[in-house]
Design a protein around this ligand. Structure first.
Ligand code: APR
Length: 228
């Protein structure tokens, strides 16, 4: 059997049922923090300790979270499809569910990077980054996260993947944040597009099959539809 290339763009909604809260429905507050205070270069310059504490808490929360049926189904379907996941999430639930090809657009919670050398990145698992923790060259470490206003280095690779899609799916993202949301523009014309979200998401393409369900229900439904 020839496996088709399925490219999936995921966002916070796919991890909601694993207990990781999305923030856009929280009025700009993310687990009680003002998003711009903890996820921007300005916030980091103003109060790095607060930023580190915020991400230390997210990392510790992630340790106790488990992949849900949506993550697991995407991993299991690698037997039937060549699955590439492009995620805006900084959690590692796709990897822990068993997905082999995961591209993180907005960085990864379980990595730290030098504040001076962008290429100096290291795995830290679930341990904390504290003020005074330094890279091997002696510079402060920061979370390996793409903050608001920062460049998204993985975009070129993401665009290539999207252009190569034979089936494209969007799961659990409000498509509010660019450049990630713009990836939809690169989906080839004849490629079917599925969108899974329990709420209305504004999409500018008309050729989209909307599955208005939570990810754990919608992802298995999507595979049933594709296989028909
Ligand atoms: N299953 C699927 N989708 C869900 C579920 C669920 N169980 N629960 C909520 N959603 C949907 C919401 O309806 C919403 O459309 O998930 C989407 C989450 O949207 P956002 O909170 O805006 O998250 P996301 O689109 O991933 O945000 C993009 O912005 O916060 C920054 O860098 C951060 O990567 C993030 C980016």
């Amino acid at each position: 059997m020839i496996r088709k290339r399925l490219v999936v763009l995921t966002g916070a909604g796919i991890s909601a049922e694993s207990g990781i809260r999305t923030f856009r429905d929280m009025g700009g507050l993310w687990e009680e923090y003002d998003v711009m205070e903890v996820a921007s270069p300005e916030g980091w310059a103003k109060n790095p300790q607060l930023v580190l504490r915020f991400y230390n808490e997210r990392r510790s929360q992630l340790k106790n979270a488990q992949p849900n049926l949506a993550h697991k189904t995407l991993a299991e379907e690698e037997t039937n499809f060549i699955v590439h996941i492009i995620t805006q999430n900084v959690d590692n639930l796709h990897e822990r569910a068993g997905s082999s090809n995961v591209l993180h657009l907005h960085g990864e919670l379980t990595k730290a990077r030098s504040t001076v050398n962008d290429n100096s990145i290291k795995d830290i698992g679930y341990s904390e980054i504290n003020w005074g923790d330094k890279c091997e060259k002696g510079f402060q470490l920061r979370p390996h996260i793409v903050w608001f206003g920062e460049a998204v280095p993985a975009m070129d690779e993401a665009i290539k993947l999207v252009r190569s899609a034979e089936i494209f799916a969007v799961v659990g993202t409000s498509l509010n944040v660019y450049p990630a949301a713009g990836l939809l523009d690169y989906v080839p014309k004849c490629c079917p597009i599925y969108l899974i979200d329990p709420n209305d998401v504004g999409v500018w393409r008309r050729d989209v099959t909307v599955i208005k369900e939570k990810a754990s229900v919608g992802v298995p439904v999507m595979f049933e539809m594709i296989k028909k």
